[in-house]
Structures are given as structure tokens and as C-alpha cells.
Design a protein around this ligand. Structure first.
Ligand code: NAP
Length: 322
């Protein structure tokens, strides 16, 4: 089968199309024919070595497709099932062997493309807005990179919880998308000082929560945007990692909370995975959560797809089609 592999950490050029043997599903695993794979920023961290992985490595943490075989001791999953999964590497490939306790059944009415576009970032947006900091009606939040894959979903979910949503984006075209996803106000953080804008928009009161997936370039000002006892949810680092922090800063800036959540810890049990995924896929099925697929690339063009994502060219989700 065809798969993208990296044999050394580096730039997009290390993503190489290889011919490798079809994986054999082991005990507790199913073989999935991947119809669509989701691209995520974590794939870039895995490629560059910011998050170390064992080489050679097939990237891709998210796929949707059809079960074509099951390993020994597998119950409850059968050949022909439509499934989607996240948190298991290897989706940049035609086929992947996936532990069945990570497979989520795909509801009728949700396509493979929609599922691969929404599972990882949709569950993330769901847990950030309902569990990491449970947004209540009337509270104000800031969503950085609001027109990105995670951002557009988080704006919509925050809005459905009744929050006031302020988004940041780099261009006017992205601002329009963020507004359409429910952002009440959008700041062009490449042209405006977002801290000053947040203070102006909130009458100096500040925000209950900032969802900061950008990291290095936004972190300090994100802290300054919070109301007393507000929470900074550092959920990514698309601009680079945040340097070490003196905890005294949290005291000085208003008894703030800081957390650095990750998806794995909010989907650690099968029960929690199915509950969150079920809610997100249900919203897609009933049309109340819009999934924007900004770009699709053939598997062989994974390098170009990652270059575009890292280069801030994309909006919504980027898919690879094996
Ligand atoms: N913690 C978790 O569980 C979890 C789960 C999923 C994703 N994440 C994180 O969420 C973030 C977004 O992921 P995504 O896959 O949805 O990507 P994305 O938001 O679609 O793309 C990243 C966006 O970040 C913004 N950005 C700002 N500075 C940047 C820079 N120097 N380089 C590149 N991009 C920059 C860009 O938007 P503008 O052009 O508008 O600035 C860019 O489009 C990532 O940091 C990812 O690690 C975390």
C-alpha cells in the first residue's frame, strides 16, 4: 500500500511517499481502509521533532473509512463498518491498523470527509468549551486563530453555550469566516494590538477565558486580557513553544489560572471518547455544527498540504485523500 513516511525530522520535504506492506490487524485491532485523513498541527510537531516520534513514522492522527478486516479477539466491530478515529498515528496511508477501542461508529448522514474533518478538532473544541473551562451564557472568551480548523469549531460551540466570542485572525478574509462561525467581534492581530482591543471591547473588564492555540507570539498578551481569576487555556503552539513561566506572574496579574490541556487526557476512557464524539458527530448530523473543509490534497501531496497549514494559508480543515 501507499503511505507517507518520515525517515528523519525536518521540513515538509521529509514527507515521502513509500510503498509499504499492508498492516496485519493484531489482537484488539481492525484494519481500516482510509477514505479521508485529517491534517492537524500535531502532524507538523511530529514532523519537525518538536514532539519526538520513533522513525520511520507514518504521520496522521485522524482518519475515517471502512473496516476491511479484524484481528483476533475482536467483538463489536465487523468488516464493512463505517468508522472514524483519532489519537492513533498512521492515517497518512491507504490502510491503518487501529485499536478497536479507539474506533467511533459513523452515524448515517455524516460523510467520511466530514468525519475526518471534525473528529479531532471538534472533540477538542467541545472539551475546551465544556470541560476545561465550562463557558456560561454571558461570559466572554477569546479564541485565537479563529478561522483555523480548531478555531471555527470553537467559535460555534462557544456561541451555542451563549458566550460572547471575540476572535483573532490574520486577514480580513479569515475575519469574515470567523464572524460567520459566530464570533461577535474579530481582531486582526497582525495589524491591531489584540490586548488593547480586548480591553476596549470589554470596557477594561477582561475575559473569563482565553483559548490560546498560537502560543509563543500571543501568550503574554493573552494573560493580560483576562479578568481577575480568569483562565488561560494554552491549547497549542502554532507560532512556537512558550518559554518557561514564573508562577508569581499568575498572582500579579489577578490570581489567574493556567492550564495546558491535551486531547488524550479528555478521551482517555472509551466512555468519554464516545460521549464527546457522539455529541460532536450528532451536531454535524443535525446540521447545527458547520464543518468547513478549506482544502483537500491527494495523499502524495502531503508535503504541500503541511506547508500550507504551517504557512497560515489555510482556513477550516485540510484533508488528505488516499
Ligand atoms: N490541545 C489539544 O488537545 C489540541 C487539539 C487540536 C489542536 N490543537 C492545537 O490547536 C492549534 C490549531 O490547530 P489546527 O490544526 O486547527 O490548525 P489551524 O488553526 O487551522 O492553523 C493554525 C493557525 O494558527 C495561526 N497562526 C498564528 N501564528 C502562526 C504561525 N507563526 N505559524 C503558523 N500558524 C500561525 C494561523 O491563523 P491566522 O493566520 O489567522 O493567524 C494558522 O492558520 C495548534 O496549535 C494545535 O496544536 C490542540
Amino acid at each position: 500500500m501507499k503511505a507517507i513516511r518520515i525517515h528523519a525530522h525536518g521540513g515538509p520535504e521529509v514527507l515521502q511517499l513509500d510503498e509499504i506492506p499492508v498492516p496485519v490487524p493484531g489482537p484488539g485491532q481492525a484494519l481500516v481502509r482510509i477514505e479521508a485523513a485529517g491534517l492537524n498541527f500535531i502532524d507538523i510537531y511530529n514532523r519537525t521533532g518538536l514532539y519526538k516520534v520513533q522513525l520511520p513514522y507514518v504521520p496522521g492522527q485522524e482518519g475515517a473509512g471502512v473496516v476491511t478486516a479484524v484481528g483476533p479477539d475482536v467483538a463489536g466491530v465487523a468488516t464493512g463498518d463505517r468508522v472514524v478515529y483519532t489519537g492513533v498515528p498512521g492515517a497518512y496511508a491507504e490502510l491503518a491498523a487501529v485499536p478497536v477501542d479507539r474506533l467511533v461508529p459513523l452515524p448515517a448522514g455524516v460523510t467520511f470527509r466530514q468525519a475526518a474533518a471534525v473528529l479531532l478538532q471538534g472533540i477538542t473544541a467541545q472539551y475546551l468549551a465544556t470541560s476545561t473551562y465550562r463557558l456560561a451564557a454571558g461570559e466572554a472568551c477569546l479564541v485565537h486563530a479563529a478561522a483555523g480548523g480548531l478555531g471555527l469549531l470553537l467559535c460555534q460551540i462557544a456561541k451555542r453555550l451563549g458566550a460572547r466570542v471575540i476572535g483573532t485572525v490574520s486577514t480580513e478574509a479569515k475575519a469574515e469566516l470567523a464572524r460567520a462561525a459566530g464570533a461577535d467581534e474579530v481582531i486582526l492581530y497582525t495589524q491591531q494590538d489584540f490586548e488593547a482591543e480586548v480591553k476596549r471591547l470589554t470596557g477594561d473588564a477582561g475575559l473569563q477565558v482565553v483559548y490560546d492555540s498560537v502560543g509563543k507570539t500571543t501568550f503574554d498578551k493573552s494573560l493580560n486580557c483576562l479578568a481577575r481569576r480568569g483562565m488561560l487555556v494554552l491549547c497549542g503552539q502554532s507560532s512556537g513553544p512558550v518559554p518557561p513561566l514564573d508562577p508569581q506572574v499568575l498572582n500579579q496579574k489577578g490570581s489567574l489560572y493556567l492550564t495546558r490541556p491535551t486531547l488524550a487526557h479528555y478521551t482517555a476512557t472509551r466512555e468519554e471518547l464516545l460521549a464527546r464524539a457522539g455529541e460532536v458527530l450528532g451536531w454535524v448530523a443535525d446540521g447545527s455544527l458547520a464543518v468547513r473543509i478549506g482544502r483537500e490534497y491527494p495523499l502524495a501531496e502531503a508535503a504541500e498540504a503541511q506547508r500550507a497549514l504551517a504557512g497560515r494559508e489555510t482556513t477550516g480543515k485540510v484533508l488528505l485523500l488516499p
